[in-house]
Design a protein around this ligand. Structure first.
Ligand SMILES: Nc1nc2c(c(=O)[nH]1)N[C@H]1C(S)=C(S)[C@@H](COP(=O)(O)OP(=O)(O)OC[C@H]3O[C@@H](n4cnc5c(=O)[nH]c(N)nc54)[C@H](O)[C@@H]3O)O[C@H]1N2
Ligand SMILES: Nc1nc2c(c(=O)[nH]1)N[C@H]1C(S)=C(S)[C@@H](COP(=O)(O)OP(=O)(O)OC[C@H]3O[C@@H](n4cnc5c(=O)[nH]c(N)nc54)[C@H](O)[C@@H]3O)O[C@H]1N2
Ligand code: SF4
Ligand SMILES: [Mo]
Length: 703
C-alpha cells in the first residue's frame, strides 16, 4: 500500500467551489479536508465532506450506453466511446442537414464550470438554441436588474449599515456567507429579515417580517411609500439619475400600512417598525436571491420593487448599498470577465430561427443569451414555431421543471436524445445515448472569475485531476472537444481540446498557462481591478434612458407595466377548493437538488418527502406529526408525510422538491409562469391537504 498523498482540488457540488485537500492513496480518495489556505479557512459543508460518497456511488455511469429498452425503462447496452460519438455525430449532423441546426436543442443542468465551452460548442454547431437550468434560477433576478439599473447588482454587505435580508437564509443555502454578516453586525449593522418562515437566520435578525410568499413586491412598495412620506429619499440622486420617479411616487401611495398588512399578512405595527429603521439614514443593502423571490408569477416586478428602494434612498451604486457587478459566464456573476463573452461571440451563428420560447417570452429572449427552457416541452410536443428533432444535454434533471410530466412526455417523443451525467438518473433513462461524465476530482479545470469566496477578486486558476477518471468516464469539457471532431465542426480551437481552449482564453488575461499549471494556486489577474462603486452612476446606466428606470422603457415596449406594479402571485384556481398556499422549494443543508439521490446523505437526513405545515392547520385538519397526507393542487396529487412545525405560518405549506416518489413539481402546472421571465411560480400555488391512510396499508387492503 502506498503512502497517502495530499492533492489540491475544489468541490463542485455547488457554485461555492470550496478548496479541497484530497488525500489520495493507491489512486483512490481516502479522505477529504478543506484547504486551509482558501478563504473558507479549511471548512467544507456537510455535502463537501460527503464527497467520497458522491465520487464512489453505485449508480455512477461506467461506460457510454445505448438504449435498448423503452424510453425511461433504463435498459441499456454498453458501447465504446467511438461508437457513441459516431452515432451522435451521424444523428445530429443528419438533423442539421435535413431540418437546420436549430432543430437541435442543447441544454445543461445546474453545473456551471463547462458553460463557456458548451455555449461555444452550440454556436459552432450553428444554432443559438442553448438553454440551461438558469431558466428557473438567477436570470430573472438578473433581468430585473438589467431592466432597472442596466446591469446585475449585488448587495455590498461588507460595508452596509442595514441589511435587508430578503428571502435569505445562508445557513441552509450558502453556509459560509454568514461570516461576512457576522463581521458587519459586530460593527453595528442592523438586519431586517423578510422570510415567511422562522429560520436559523431569522432568529438572529433585529426585525423579522413574515410576509406570505410572493407578496414581497407589495411590501417593497409600502417601504417606498414610507420613505417618501418621511422625507427619507435622496432627492439629488433622484433628480439626476432616476427615470419615472413621479409615476412611482404616485403609485406607491396605494400601499398604506393597512392595505399592505392585508396583502402580505404582516401586522401594521411590524411594518411601521421596519419602516422606521429604514429611515434612520443607514446605508442599506438588499439581498435579491437567485430563486425564492423570482419563483412567482410576479417575480421580476417584485425584484424591481426592491431595487427601487435602493435607488430612491440613494443606496444604489454606492458602497454599502447594491452595487453593479460584471457578468462572467463560467461562474455566473463574478466581478471579472476573462474573455468568455468573446469566446462565445466569435463563433455566434448569423441568422437562424428564433430561440425556443421567443414568442412567449420576448423580454427574456431579448435580454438573455439562452433559450427559455420552460418552453422546451411545448415546442417539442407541438412542433411550433418549428419542430425540435433532438435534444443534447449535459446533466438534465427533468424534475426541476414545473409540470415535469410534460417534459418526460416530450423526451419520449423527440427523435433523438443524448444525456451526459455522472449518475444514471431517471432523466438519463429516457436518452438514446448516455455518456458518463466524471466528478471534479477526476478532471482538469480552468477557473476564471470566481464567485463563491473569491467574489469581487478577479482571479484565475488551473486544477489538475487528483485521481484518474473512474471507469470509462470523462470530463464534460473533453467530451465536447472530442465530439466537435466527430461532428467536424468548423472550430479549430475547440477541436484542439480543453487545454488549448483554456490557453486561448488566457491570452488576454496577462497570466501564462505554464504559471498556472506550475502553481495550481488562485492567481490574481494583473491590472484587473474590481468594480468601483459610483462608476456606472458617473457614466450613465445601460438602460434606454441612461438612468435608473423606475418605469422600464423595455417593459413598456413589450406591453408590460413599466412601473414595478404588484400583482398577486397565486394561480387563479378556486381558493375555497384550494385554501392553502404551497411553496415548493427552499433548500435543505444536506441536499443539493437531485444530486444526492441514492446517496447515504439522503438516506440519513429526511429520507422521505415531508410537507411542513403549521400546528394550527394541522389541528384543524386532524393531522399529527408523521401522518400520511395527500397534497392536492388543480394539477394533481402527491402523497407524503406531514411535518408539523411552528416555523411555518398558518395557511402555508412548504415542500422541498427533488423527491422522485413525491415529486412536487409534478403537481405544479407547466404554464404557471412569470410572463416577463418565464420563471415558474413554484412558490405560490393554491393547494389543499388531507390526511390519508398510509399508502402501503391501502395497497394491502386493496390486494
Ligand atoms: N419546486 C422547485 N423546483 C425548482 C426549484 C425550487 O426552488 N423549487 N429550484 C430551481 C433552481 S433555483 C434550480 S438551480 C434547479 C436545479 O437545477 P438541476 O439542473 O435540477 O440541478 P441538479 O439536480 O443539481 O443537477 C442536474 C444534473 O446534473 C448532474 N451533474 C452534476 N455534476 C455534473 C457534471 O459535472 N457534469 C454533468 N454532465 N452532469 C453533472 C447531476 O447528477 C444531475 O443529474 O431546480 C429548479 N427547480
Ligand atoms: N444546501 C443547498 N444549498 C443550495 C442549494 C441546494 O439545493 N442545497 N441550491 C443552490 C441554488 S441553485 C440556489 S438558486 C440557492 C437558493 O438559495 P436561497 O436564495 O437562499 O433560496 P431558498 O433557500 O429557497 O430560500 C431562502 C429563504 O427564502 C424564504 N422564502 C421562500 N419564498 C419566499 C418568498 O416568497 N418571499 C420571501 N421573502 N421569502 C421567501 C425561505 O423560507 C427561505 O428561508 O441555493 C443554493 N444553495
Ligand atoms: S459549500 Fe459545500 S457543496 Fe458547496 S462547494 Fe463548498 S463544500 Fe461543496
Ligand atoms: Mo438555483
Amino acid at each position: 500500500m502506498g503512502e497517502p498523498e495530499r492533492r489540491k482540488t475544489v468541490c463542485e457540488i455547488c457554485l461555492n467551489n470550496c478548496g479541497v485537500d484530497a488525500w489520495v492513496q493507491d489512486g483512490k480518495v481516502v479522505k477529504v479536508e478543506g484547504s486551509p489556505e482558501c478563504p473558507d479557512r479549511g471548512r467544507l459543508c456537510v455535502k463537501g465532506y460527503a464527497s467520497r460518497d458522491y465520487i464512489y456511488r453505485a449508480d455512477r455511469i461506467k461506460t457510454p450506453l445505448r438504449r435498448v429498452g423503452r424510453r425511461g425503462e433504463g435498459k441499456f447496452e454498453p458501447i465504446s466511446w467511438d461508437e457513441a460519438y459516431t452515432e451522435i455525430a451521424r444523428k445530429l449532423n443528419g438533423y442539421k442537414k435535413e431540418f437546420g441546426a436549430d432543430s437541435v436543442a442543447f441544454y445543461t443542468g445546474y453545473s456551471k464550470w463547462y458553460r463557456t465551452m458548451f455555449h461555444r460548442f452550440v454556436h459552432s454547431f450553428g444554432t443559438r438554441n442553448y438553454g440551461t437550468e438558469s431558466s428557473s434560477c438567477f436570470q430573472a433576478m438578473r433581468m430585473a436588474n438589467i431592466l432597472t439599473g442596466g446591469s446585475l447588482s449585488r448587495p455590498d454587505i461588507a460595508h452596509a449599515e442595514l441589511f435587508l435580508a430578503w428571502a435569505y437564509d445562508p445557513f441552509y443555502s450558502s453556509v459560509f456567507h454568514y461570516d461576512m454578516i457576522e463581521k458587519q453586525r459586530e460593527k453595528g449593522m442592523k438586519v431586517i429579515c423578510i422570510d415567511p418562515k422562522v429560520t436559523p437566520f431569522s432568529q438572529l435578525a433585529d426585525i423579522h417580517l413574515r410576509p406570505r410568499a410572493g407578496t414581497d413586491g407589495a411590501l417593497a412598495l409600502y417601504f417606498g411609500q414610507y420613505l417618501i412620506a418621511h422625507g427619507a429619499v435622496d432627492q439629488a440622486y433622484i433628480d439626476a439619475h432616476v427615470h419615472g420617479y413621479p409615476e412611482y411616487a404616485a403609485y406607491v401611495k396605494e400601499f398604506s400600512a393597512e392595505r399592505t398588512a392585508q396583502l402580505t399578512g404582516i401586522p401594521v405595527d411590524q411594518l411601521e417598525a421596519a419602516g422606521a429603521l429604514l429611515t434612520e439614514d443607514r446605508r442599506f443593502a438588499i439581498s435579491l436571491g437567485a430563486a425564492p423571490l423570482t419563483h412567482h408569477r410576479n417575480g421580476v416586478q417584485n425584484i424591481r420593487a426592491l431595487l427601487a428602494l435602493s435607488a430612491i434612498s440613494g443606496s444604489y451604486d454606492r458602497e454599502g448599498g447594491n452595487i453593479p457587478t460584471e457578468f462572467a459566464n463560467p461562474k455566473m456573476n463574478a466581478d471579472c470577465d476573462v474573455g468568455d463573452e468573446r469566446f462565445i461571440d466569435e463563433v455566434r451563428p448569423e441568422g437562424g430561427r428564433p430561440k425556443i420560447g421567443t414568442d412567449r417570452f420576448p423580454v427574456w429572449s431579448e435580454l438573455i443569451d439562452e433559450f427559455q427552457a420552460m418552453d422546451l416541452s411545448r415546442q417539442i410536443l407541438e412542433g411550433t414555431p418549428y419542430p425540435i428533432q433532438a435534444v443534447f444535454s449535459l446533466g438534465m434533471n427533468a424534475r426541476m421543471f414545473p409540470g415535469d410530466g410534460k417534459l418526460f412526455q416530450a423526451l419520449s417523443q423527440v427523435g433523438f436524445f443524448v444525456d451526459v451525467d455522472i449518475f444514471l438518473t431517471d432523466t438519463a433513462k429516457y436518452a438514446d445515448i448516455v455518456l458518463p461524465a466524471c466528478t471534479s476530482f477526476e478532471r482538469a479545470q480552468f477557473q476564471g472569475g470566481f464567485m463563491g469566496h473569491y467574489f469581487n477578486t478577479p482571479t484565475v486558476r488551473w486544477l489538475d485531476p487528483v485521481i484518474e477518471p473512474l471507469y470509462e468516464s470523462k470530463s464534460d469539457a473533453d467530451i465536447l472537444c472530442e465530439l466537435a471532431n466527430y461532428l467536424e465542426l468548423d472550430d479549430p480551437i475547440l477541436r484542439k481540446g480543453y487545454e488549448a481552449c483554456s490557453r486561448y482564453l488566457l491570452r488576454r488575461v496577462g497570466v501564462t498557462f505554464s504559471e498556472l499549471q506550475t502553481t495550481h494556486a488562485t492567481t490574481r489577474i494583473p491590472g484587473k481591478e474590481p468594480y468601483r462603486p459610483g462608476d456606472n452612476t458617473a457614466h450613465g446606466y445601460a438602460t434606454p434612458t441612461g438612468k435608473f428606470e423606475l418605469t422600464s422603457e423595455v417593459l413598456r415596449r413589450h406591453g408590460f407595466d413599466p412601473l414595478p406594479t404588484y400583482r398577486p402571485s397565486a394561480d387563479e384556481h378556486d381558493p375555497e377548493e384550494y385554501p392553502l398556499q404551497l411553496t415548493a422549494g427552499g433548500r435543505l443543508p444536506y441536499h443539493f437538488h437531485s444530486r444526492f439521490q441514492n446517496s447515504a446523505l439522503k438516506k440519513v437526513f429526511r429520507p422521505e418527502s415531508m410537507a411542513d405545515i403549521s400546528p394550527e392547520d394541522a389541528k384543524a385538519l386532524r393531522i399529527r406529526q408523521g401522518d400520511a397526507i395527500a397534497l392536492t393542487t388543480a394539477y394533481g396529487t402527491i402523497r407524503l408525510k406531514a411535518n408539523v412545525t411552528h416555523t411555518v405560518a398558518p395557511g402555508a405549506v412548504f415542500v422541498y422538491q427533488d423527491y422522485p416518489d413525491a415529486d412536487v413539481n409534478s403537481i405544479i402546472g407547466p404554464e404557471h409562469l412569470d410572463p416577463i421571465s418565464g420563471f415558474p411560480g413554484y412558490r405560490s400555488v393554491r393547494c389543499r391537504v388531507e390526511k390519508v391512510k398510509p399508502q402501503k396499508e391501502t395497497e394491502r387492503r386493496d390486494a
